[in-house]
Ligand binder design. Structure first.
Ligand SMILES: NC(=O)c1ccc[n+]([C@@H]2O[C@H](COP(=O)([O-])OP(=O)(O)OC[C@H]3O[C@@H](n4cnc5c(N)ncnc54)[C@H](O)[C@@H]3O)[C@@H](O)[C@H]2O)c1
Length: 310
């Protein structure tokens, strides 16, 4: 049993992570400012210590990190439109939050910091190929720049002070309880209402959708096995166009929706890379596992969950 702090633990990925950490018998503290409400299941919530607060609050972070074995630092401002409208808050949360976490982790001898980075840092360098962790990155948005800054900062903290860390470059994580800032829940909402499914651009842009349970499994296995300061892609390795995604959701929901192609709002320009799909070879070499849930299976779990909660 470990004592573990999860920042951003009330969010989509964090709440799934917290559930698994509790199931495995760990003592879990969640620090979250609740920008999008609390996604932690009621039974799980009863078994954790929940602190509503800001990761930018240095004293609070220091108090909560004391006595922890590991810290999962997942708190962030995200969503294309949210980030475009709030670039300063996005960067402050990343940069100040990370400074607070690393400073406290070092002063309280935390064994490892596990950080949620993003595949967004590849930017347009992901155009030609399945990206590996070694290719030149090309972060263009405040969000992606700050994530890359934090990866470098963590590497420096390891070199200078011996802090162990893992940076996880997530590729479009999806699953139950995600909200409609992201494309899959938005398409589900439209499909289930038989409204037009609105695709930005011509729909030929690609992404690599990675199921939440696979993502969490990879995080936990890495946290157990890896030391030093390392970066890992967590990708499903399945390149898919947004058009194919819309068709698949229409099929799964048996929807009468039409697919409508609209011009992306101007503020989305920096995010609209043509291709993004990743290689999980490094992950597989480290833990003998890589994400493998196919999209149809993942979408059907979401549908079942939406029906149960309707
Ligand atoms: N969802 C994805 O596909 C994806 C892809 C790449 C990276 N990530 C990263 O994974 C992490 C989790 O993402 P998610 O999809 O669960 O997002 P989310 O928005 O559902 O969760 C983020 C949580 O962080 C909290 N938070 C924000 N600012 C905070 C602050 N100042 N102090 C404390 N809490 C704060 C929010 O209230 C929210 O509950 C983030 O770091 C994100 O950048 C996610």
């Amino acid at each position: 049993m470990k004592k573990i702090l999860v920042t951003g633990g009330a969010g989509f990925i964090g709440s799934h992570l917290v559930k698994r950490l509790v199931e495995e018998g760990n003592e879990v503290i969640v620090l979250d400012i609740l920008l999008r409400g609390n996604k932690i299941e009621r039974d799980v919530f009863k078994s954790i210590e929940f602190v509503k607060g800001d990761v930018k609050n240095r004293d609070l972070v220091n108090k909560l990190v004391k006595g922890c074995d590991q810290v999962y630092h997942f708190a962030a401002v995200l969503g294309v439109d949210v980030v475009a409208d709030n670039p300063v808050e996005t960067m402050d949360t990343e940069v100040i939050g990370m400074q607070n976490i690393t400073e406290s982790a070092l002063s309280h001898d935390v064994e490892k910091v596990i950080y949620a980075s993003t595949s967004g840092i590849y930017g347009h360098s992901a155009m030609q190929q399945s990206v590996t962790e070694t290719i030149q990155v090309d972060p263009r948005t405040s969000y992606a720049i700050a994530k890359r800054y934090n990866e470098i900062y963590l590497a420096a903290q390891n070199e200078e002070k011996g802090l162990n860390s893992i940076s996880l470059r997530f590729f479009n994580v999806y699953g139950p309880s995600q909200d409609s800032r992201m494309v899959i829940p938005r398409f589900f909402e439209q499909a289930l209402a038989d409204d037009d499914i609105t695709v930005f651009g011509n729909g030929k842009q690609t992404r690599d959708f990675t199921y939440i349970d696979d993502t969490i499994k990879a995080c936990l296995m890495l946290a157990d096995k890896v030391s030093g300061s390392e970066i890992f892609n967590i990708a499903n390795e399945n390149e898919m166009t947004i058009d194919q995604l819309a068709q698949e959701i229409k099929k799964v929901t048996n929807s009468k929706s039409k697919i409508e192609y609209v011009q992306a709002p101007k503020k989305r320009y920096d995010y609209e890379v043509e291709r993004r799909f990743g290689s999980s070879d490094k992950l597989f070499n480290a833990i003998g596992y890589k994400p493998n849930t196919d999209l149809n299976t993942g979408l059907n779990v979401i549908l079942k969950n939406l029906k149960q909660n309707a």
